[in-house]
Design a protein around this ligand. Structure first.
Ligand SMILES: [Cu+2]
Length: 120
């Protein structure tokens, strides 16, 4: 009887330790990524100028004529292209012809608009 209780307690402790170790590893991975690119992550200077060419709320995309992009995860020369947006609220109040400042980052391997400042 005592042996059985002891085994249950020991197993529970091992599971808890593994979960704790996994969450620690995730935290350390994220810290490593941030440490590799401190300037790009923290600064507003990653914003790129763009002009809105089209907006599709159903598709959650925006077509932008954009300047050179140098974000933490995306670099590309000026061009006109369509991006998915991370959150549909980003394109709620913009329309064709608006001048905007925006940020693009890789989300699941796809350059995605993660921030967008609409004109006042
Ligand atoms: Cu582009």
């Amino acid at each position: 009887m005592n042996k059985l209780i002891s085994a249950v307690i020991t197993t529970g402790a091992i599971v808890a330790t593994n979960v704790y170790a996994q969450s620690m590893n995730k935290g350390m991975d994220m810290g490593g990524i941030i440490m590799d690119v401190p300037a790009q992550v923290s600064g507003a200077n990653t914003l790129t100028d763009g002009e809105v060419k089209a907006v599709s709320k159903p598709n959650k995309t925006i077509t932008l004529k954009h300047g050179a992009i140098k974000s933490a995860t995306v670099q590309m020369p000026p061009m006109t292209m369509t991006f998915p947006v991370r959150d549909s609220s980003l394109i709620e109040s913009v329309k064709q012809g608006d001048k905007v400042k925006f940020n693009v980052e890789l989300v699941q391997g796809t350059p995605t608009v993660t921030a967008l400042n609409a004109p006042k």
